[in-house]
Design a protein around this ligand. Structure first.
Ligand code: PMP
Length: 405
């Protein structure tokens, strides 16, 4: 497939478009992207294509689990392909309410509210819990959806260095606003390490603020049987810790959730704009997420298996000791990372390639995501490919990886 057809996408061919000079600036933007090796293209994958997948977020390998697929089909047959309306109108089925009860119970939280994605869950929760006249302190490692949520909130926003609890405490202590919210990923999405949630919660407690922790990469991986880092740290059920998560990673479905007290849920139902004005989560995704929770309850070891696989991948690549499914192999410039990811693909291994703006300038990387369902043979082959490709790209792997850092 040529670049032309890829960028034209489905539908009209590039030549058929009546180009407008009002959009000529897009050519400059495209040229700039190319020059910086930042151009992204859509690469479709084939189902069960035989490629070893260390790029997807389906950490537990549940996406194609027969119980998930059956539950998605059954929910679709019963309720239809779409939710038919927003949650407050016709988009709530008894499956949505059952999923919320089950998510709350699983995460040991009083209540849950399901959104159409993790992105909209973050936008909805952060905006509804802050607003004009309040302060948000945002951890510098926060996911783009939290960053956008801060921008939408009309609150005063202070961004601190990633993991800098003292800076958070200073911002909270020095504020003039009555209300304050601290937002962070629990497991940082690009690097896979852990935010200092206990210390952040301590700072919030001391300064009468609320902590919002995004467990997108914690749910299904950290905590008792995958109940998340907040549960692991015994912060679940504290009203000043609000949790958001996605159903699209370890749970292998789609959708997002906010977990917290009943009064937080009630507030979001009535004021979170991405809840009120968005179509409810599709029944198939609801059914599949419920099935995923069933599998997780039955197979609590899936969560620890993911981290074991991640540890193996880190040893092979010289990456820092992983604390989640994410293993980040920093290669520096974007061109090198793109080339290494392309070479892995040629050798039958799909890996993620993160470049700025997803990660800081000069830290482009291969991002590997461990999976609980990888076979020993595939893990051995993936290790071989990674060792070969990293050697080809002059990436020296420390023979004694930093297993204790
Ligand atoms: N938060 C984090 C930390 C994420 O990594 C993601 C997914 N990339 C999201 C939120 C958004 O979740 P979703 O894909 O369900 O919109």
């Amino acid at each position: 497939m040529t670049e032309q057809t890829l960028s034209a996408g489905p539908g009209a061919s590039a030549e058929a478009v009546d180009r407008s000079p009002a959009l000529d600036w897009l050519d400059d933007a495209a040229a700039d992207r190319r020059a910086r090796h930042m151009r992204r293209v859509l690469t479709p994958r084939a189902p069960r294509d035989g490629v070893i997948d260390l790029a997807s977020n389906d950490y537990l390998g549940l996406g194609l689990h027969p119980e998930m697929v059956d539950a998605a089909v059954a929910a679709t047959r019963r309720w239809g392909a779409g939710a038919t309306g927003s949650r407050l109108v016709t988009g709530t089925t008894d499956e949505h309410l059952a999923l919320e009860a089950e998510l709350a119970e699983f995460c040991r939280q009083p209540a849950a509210l399901v959104f159409s994605s993790g992105y909209t869950a973050n936008l909805g929760a952060v905006v509804a819990l802050s607003g004009k006249g309040s302060l948000i302190v945002s951890d510098g490692g926060s996911h783009a959806s939290l960053v956008d949520a801060c921008r939408l909130s009309r609150a005063r926003v202070v961004v601190v260095e990633r993991g800098d609890v003292a800076a958070v405490a200073r911002a909270l202590a020095g504020r003039s606003e009555e209300r304050a919210l601290v937002v962070t990923d629990s497991v940082y999405s690009a690097d896979g390490d852990l935010a200092p949630l206990l210390a952040l919660h301590g700072a919030c407690r001391a300064h009468r603020a609320v902590l919002l922790a995004d467990e997108a990469h914690g749910l299904g991986v950290r905590g008792d049987g995958g109940r998340g880092l907040v549960e692991e740290l015994r912060l679940a059920g504290r009203e000043d810790v609000v949790v958001t998560a996605t159903l699209s990673k370890a749970l292998g479905s789609q959708g997002g959730v906010v977990l917290g007290s009943q009064r937080v849920r009630e507030h979001l139902v009535n004021s979170a704009r991405t809840f009120i004005f968005d179509t409810g989560l599709a029944p198939a995704a609801v059914g599949a997420a419920r099935a995923a929770l069933g599998v997780l309850r039955r197979e609590p070891d899936l969560a620890s298996r993911v981290v074991e696989v991640a540890e193996h991948l880190a040893a092979v690549t010289g990456a820092d000791h992983p604390q989640s499914a994410v293993v980040s192999v920093v290669l520096g410039d974007a061109e090198r990372a793109v080339s290494a990811a392309g070479r892995c693909a040629e050798l039958g291994l799909r890996v993620g390639c993160f470049r700025p703006p997803s990660v800081p300038e000069g830290t482009a990387r291969l991002r590997l995501t461990a999976r609980a369902d990888i076979s020993e043979a595939d893990l051995a082959r993936a290790s071989e490919v990674l060792a070969q490709v990293l050697a080809e790209h002059g990436h020296v792997v420390d023979p004694a990886p930093s297993a204790t850092t």
